[in-house]
Design a protein around this ligand. Structure first.
Ligand code: MRU
Length: 352
């Protein structure tokens, strides 16, 4: 019997023709909401990770397209479609790894191309709201499928932030955890700090505390020790892009967790909407991996901590080969190896 599902934060809103979003760089200390009325401000918010998480940046990108369509009609009435296509290129490039952004922009462009110029602004606003609402519904569906996979009375480890903040609402991997907790299925959650941006310590810990879920924060490098001691029963993470063969790009550190899980005999689950599946890429080797600024590693809270002159490599994501993945959970069901036919069968559910 399913327990009542608690409502969760919606990190993005479309109100009076503007995008309002919670600034995730200020959490957990301050809840600051940004009101953005033009598409370049949304692009900047995505780049600066004020809004982050694959589904959330897809939704923000869709609203950016709606803002760009209005601007095209008002300021470039002679060639609004050409101007919108140029804006789409800019929006799509805001961050490279999460395919949800390109997916949402392409879906918005398809609507624009099929609509008479005068009607494009309202059609795109409606489409962005539809993408947003469908994402939250998808999360709730995948969470029910995923919760059933988790070991009864188990402890689950998760990485980065995949909760309401990272999505249109409710969450993917964290949605699975939330549902499993509400159903009384799991008894504990371990949250990795998630260096260097600390999405686990700042955001996931904040969401779990708010939900009253028993959570323990660990350093990223403590995961192996916990698994070796038998304190973890399963790992659940999200994804930024899933290639046709089931290889998964996700937050840097995910691959190490998957290898550790396999070595420890633990299941490793990935939860993501079908909009995260990229069937155009045969394997994870082809997924573009974002590199972020060296200061994310050399500085802590604005203070330099690294030795002067040291070289820095700061990939924001890694790719976990599909052989380490026990199952991929989407709103269309649970895929297991061999992944390609299963993922192909699921695509199209979100218009993928
Ligand atoms: O750099 P971020 O914080 O946008 O990275 C987020 C992640 O890697 C998440 O695990 C992924 O986007 C899934 S969010 C539901």
């Amino acid at each position: 019997m399913a327990a009542t599902r608690s409502p969760t934060l919606r990190p993005i809103h479309w109100r009076n023709g503007k995008v309002t979003l919670i600034d995730q760089t200020r959490l957990p200390h301050e809840e600051v909401w940004l009101e953005l009325s033009d598409y370049p401000s949304v692009v900047a918010a995505i780049r600066e990770m004020r809004v982050r998480g694959a589904p959330a940046i897809g939704i923000a990108g869709a609203y950016a397209m709606a803002l760009a369509a209005r601007e095209a009609a008002q300021s470039h009435p002679t060639a609004p479609s050409r101007w919108l296509e140029a804006a789409a290129v800019e929006i799509r490039a805001a961050r490279p790894t999460a395919v949800n952004l390109a997916w949402a922009v392409d879906r918005m462009l398809a609507v624009a191309r099929a609509t008479a110029d005068a009607d494009i602004p309202s059609a795109l606003a409606d489409e962005a709201v539809a993408i947003h609402e469908a994402d939250e519904a998808a999360n709730r569906r995948m969470s029910s499928y995923g919760a059933e996979l988790l070991p009864r009375d188990g402890a689950v480890l998760t990485h980065c932030n995949t909760g309401a903040l990272a999505t249109g609402g409710y969450g993917t991997a964290l949605g699975v955890i939330r549902t499993a907790w509400d159903d009384g299925r799991i008894k504990k959650v371990f949250v990795t700090e998630t260096r260097p941006r600390l999405q686990g310590a700042r955001l996931t810990a904040w969401e779990l505390a708010d939900a009253g879920i028993d959570a323990t924060l660990i350093a990223d490098s403590a995961a192996g020790q916990l698994m070796a001691r038998g304190l973890v029963d399963a790992v659940v993470v999200g994804a930024d892009r899933i290639a046709a063969n089931g290889d998964v790009a996700n937050k840097i550190g995910t691959y190490s967790l998957a290898v550790l899980a396999k070595e420890s005999g633990l299941p490793f689950y990935v939860a993501a909407p079908t909009s995260t599946i990229d069937l155009s890429l045969a394997s994870g080797d082809l997924i573009p991996i974002e590199t972020r600024a060296p200061e994310e590693l050399t500085h802590l809270g604005g203070q330099r901590v690294a030795a002067l002159g040291v070289e820095v490599a700061n990939p924001a994501f890694d790719v976990t080969p599909h052989r380490y993945v026990t199952a991929i959970v989407t709103e269309a069901g649970v895929a297991e190896s061999p992944y390609e036919p299963a993922l192909r069968g699921m695509s199209g559910v979100a218009g993928a």
